[in-house]
Ligand binder design. Sequence first.
Ligand code: PRT
Length: 283
Amino acid sequence: MIKIAIQKSGRLYEDSLRLLKDCGLSIEDGLDTLKAEVRNFNAEILFLRNSDIPQYLEDGVADVAILGENVLIEKGVNIEIVERLGFSKCRLSVAMPKGNEYDGPQSLEGLKIATSYPKTLQGFLDENGVTASIHLISGSVEIAPNIGLAHAICDLVSSGSTLFKNGLEEKQIILKSEAVLAVNKKSLVQFGDIINELSFRINAVLKARKNKYILFNVPNEKIAEASKILPVLKSPTVLPLIEEGWSSMHSVISDDDFWDVIARLKAIGAEGILVVPIEKMVV
Ligand code: PRT
């Protein structure tokens, strides 16, 4: 049985649980807040603090985990990332009070920078040959410049509204992060089959989320043109309609191409365009 760690509560919790459930794992909603059984998969779920997960992975308490890549990098553990999961996206950035000049990393020379990510920040400073003093704070980093504790901060940013509210400007992105599926390398040897099965299912769910199934009708003479518009997996399915001279075409399109493809199909005379979500996608 493998032990899968996810965040106990916080930004990653709901998306992590939903992903595992979409992969068909039937997770007991028991009273135990530390772990839950999975009825139909050879696994157990451990609910842990996101920031503690790297250590639990490294110690082999958990075999696999869903966690923020930023904490893996900060802890510097030797853990393998198997999948990037596309949620909880953020960046670790240096920010300074509005109006402060910033002409690159050298502008941080001699400054005091408050952060909860000292190792990642130190790595960035070293790479750029900058000497600055790092002030470790565990929460509410963004108030540090306003209370005179630091000249700059290095913290996670997603919408940017926390920086804005505190009169700070994002000056330098140090790291881009998202939720990842990470695995202890020893567990990969011991439980390779189960972990590969989990990774395969996650892949199928993520691909499905990024794509839509599209169906539409076109005059037969437009089939070739419509095929060129569709960025298809192989080639589109074409079925004759009862109405003489018309066909129905089916294909898969990515969310990124969606509006562009629809507009171009309409322009060549496609009608009755239906777009349907895909539950799982195995290619
Ligand atoms: O206690 P535990 O260790 O489980 O979690 P936590 O309380 O330390 O973290 P939590 O739940 O807040 O975040 C968990 C993970 O979510 C982080 O490690 C990141 O991988 C990811 N994530 C994504 C974020 C953000 N976006 C984010 N915006 N984590 C924190 N923030 C904070 C940031 O620190 C700042 O205070 O949100 C504020 C900025 O947000 P914006 O939208 O105003 O820019």
